[in-house]
Design a binder for this molecule. Sequence first.
Ligand SMILES: Cc1ncc(C[n+]2csc(CCOP(=O)(O)OP(=O)(O)O)c2C)c(N)n1
Length: 222
Amino acid sequence: MAAATWITRVAKRTTFFRPKETKKLLHLGALPDALREFRLYSTVSEQAPKHEFQEKPRFPGAVNAHYTEKMDFVVPDDGQIIPVYRVMDLNGNVLNESHDPKLKKETVQDMYKKMILFNTMERILYEAQRQGRISFYMTNYGEEGTHFGSAAALLPEDVIFAQYREAGVLMSRGFTIDEYMSQCFSNRNDNRKGRQMPVHYGSKDLNFVTISSPLATQMPQG
Ligand SMILES: Cc1ncc(C[n+]2csc(CCOP(=O)(O)OP(=O)(O)O)c2C)c(N)n1
């Protein structure tokens, strides 16, 4: 059976995608999300009743975690599942008034628009890689909030050592779509001059140190 047919059948079997939506999703190239969601929902719905599930984190890697409204240090030896900190509930109500950063409406809208823009650009770059137009790509699907939220807490002069799946931080600082594309395509406008693999962005002007493939080199050392 062709992979696309199999995927369509799998997606249709879930109660979360009506056939029409599934077709639309596949057409838009949203395949990875559709699959991710299928995996996530099927696991969670087996473990938790629906009312509980709705107040639980809903992303891969945290299916058994709980929300917390308390900032705390977590000791890994405890063996506990790291809770997911949140400020708002699923209806947008702030749970602890003292944790509300009280951002302006325009600031929040700007962050949200950039998250959507970043995600849209990624779908195109991911497809470009699948079509063999660029050699490599790694998506940041579902992690956009951590990029734009963390970057918002920093000053422009703060130097960032990011990991490869934190590319939205650059957009938050003003890196343009053209700059992302030029880097991934290693064209003449690439500010790295084609010397890096795709997604290994960097920008001296934006105080963003070029991404390095070896993991953990982004941790402060000293
Ligand atoms: C020092 C080092 N060892 C191994 C690798 C190979 N490697 C690339 S990505 C990866 C997995 C990273 O997983 P995680 O930190 O959970 O990030 P994710 O890609 O899942 O977001 C590994 C082992 C590497 N890049 N650097």
